[in-house]
Design a protein around this ligand. Structure first.
Ligand code: SF4
Length: 384
């Protein structure tokens, strides 16, 4: 399950991924960049247990619970006007070591919690604003009955919802789950626009089984897009990113966000500096090596929401804790309107025009520690 009960985010690698790591070791060599790209994503590194003073457990200050009809809405996040998020389950096929939800508490929604949420999405106070739901978790494709119940409840109680997005790494972690029953669920609702955010981070992950799973989804009209973090030692170099975005384009997967890896507990070894990401984003935006239709937006996940980095987005730097001050277009009064329980985090500052700026922890460009890399290789070669 993505998330933790004890503070420890357990290692979980699907049999499919284990077989692919072993094949990559045979094909490219145990110390290859391809094997490292997989082990750094999935094998637990001892440095995750090092807790730093500024470590945090959540990527947004959005856990403030909404209520509807006098009852708390479980498993719901609301940050934006048009989109709300629902997390039916925290189960995943594998645990990505850089997961935004690694430190979240584990929870599975009850069926009546899902109906309650769907009724909120379609209620008179919300239906004029909301038209899109993101189903995430965990991985919603891990429980077809729960996903079916969620989609059905949204259709029944919130006809204002036109787009249902699903965040899933199943095509790249356990692709046999993209089966006829799942495809039948999507085709049963022809008036809904289904989109899947698939999250592939390195060219080595374009395995034939995964490409076929993506193709099956696309063939029935599901749109597939990608949002990938920039991960140190995985994809933080120009050639890897150019190859990745070229493959996304070839496979009809829309490139959406390139995220700066988030400042969560146990994540610092995955995080580059913002400046390195900006340099790479600039280079891939004008390299001419792949289609201009496959260029992502370089974005940070700050305490107040996503901030796409443009010229002038970074307005100050604080050396004492390696933080940058980011300009956003988010209005405090809008946020309070969409989520009355939302509390402005201490990191946010309201400007005279009502928009918020936010302090965000930068990463570093220290090289990947070789001992850590060796321990990851050892774990793979031991068949763990
Ligand atoms: S599959 Fe998604 S939710 Fe699960 S651990 Fe990976 S990134 Fe997190």
């Amino acid at each position: 399950m993505a998330g933790t009960r004890t503070g420890e985010f357990k290692e979980l690698i699907s049999p499919f991924l284990k077989s692919k790591i072993a094949s990559a070791a045979q094909q490219f060599g145990l110390h290859s960049q391809e094997v490292r790209a997989l082990t750094r994503q999935y094998v637990k590194d001892p440095v995750e247990d090092v807790v730093q003073a500024n470590s945090r457990r959540r990527h947004y200050e959005s856990e403030v619970t909404l209520s509807f009809e006098g009852r708390p809405l479980m498993g719901i996040e609301r940050m934006y006007r048009r989109t709300a998020l629902i997390e039916p389950t925290t189960v995943c096929a594998a645990h990505c070591r850089w997961c935004t939800r690694a430190q979240y508490p584990i929870q599975t929604m009850q069926k009546d919690d899902i109906v309650h949420a769907a009724r909120y999405f379609g209620s008179p106070g919300q239906c004029d604003d909301l038209d899109e739901i993101l189903i995430t978790g965990g991985d919603p494709l891990m429980s077809l009955p729960l996903l079916g119940h969620t989609v059905h409840s949204i259709r029944e109680h919130a006809p204002n919802i036109q787009t249902i997005r699903i965040g899933s790494r199943v095509p790249f972690q356990d692709p046999r789950r993209i089966n006829v029953d799942l495809l039948a669920l999507f085709t049963a609702y022809p008036d809904v626009r289904f989109e899947i955010g698939c999250n592939v981070n390195h060219p080595v992950e374009f395995w034939p089984e995964s490409v076929e799973a993506i193709r099956k989804l696309q063939d029935i009209g599901v749109r597939v897009y990608n949002q990938n973090p920039l991960l140190k030692g995985v994809n933080d170099d120009l050639q890897t990113l150019m190859d990745l975005y070229g493959l996304l384009r070839q496979n009809r997967i829309e490139a959406h966000y390139l995220f700066h890896a988030i400042p969560l507990r146990g994540m610092s070894h995955h995080r580059t500096s913002i400046a390195k990401g900006l340099d790479l984003a600039n280079k891939i935006s004008s390299c001419g090596e792949f289609s201009g239709r496959a260029k992502p937006r370089y974005t940070v996940l700050s305490d107040i929401g996503k901030v796409v980095l443009y010229e002038g987005s970074i307005i100050d730097r604080r050396e004492s804790d390696n933080a940058v001050l980011l300009k956003s277009g988010y209005q405090l009064q809008d946020r309070m309107r969409w989520n009355p329980a939302w509390e402005k985090p201490d990191s946010a500052i309201v400007e005279n025009d009502g928009t918020m700026m936010v302090w965000y922890l930068d990463g570093t460009d220290e090289p990947v520690a070789e001992e850590a890399v060796d321990s990851l290789y050892h774990a793979v070669s031991a068949g763990r």
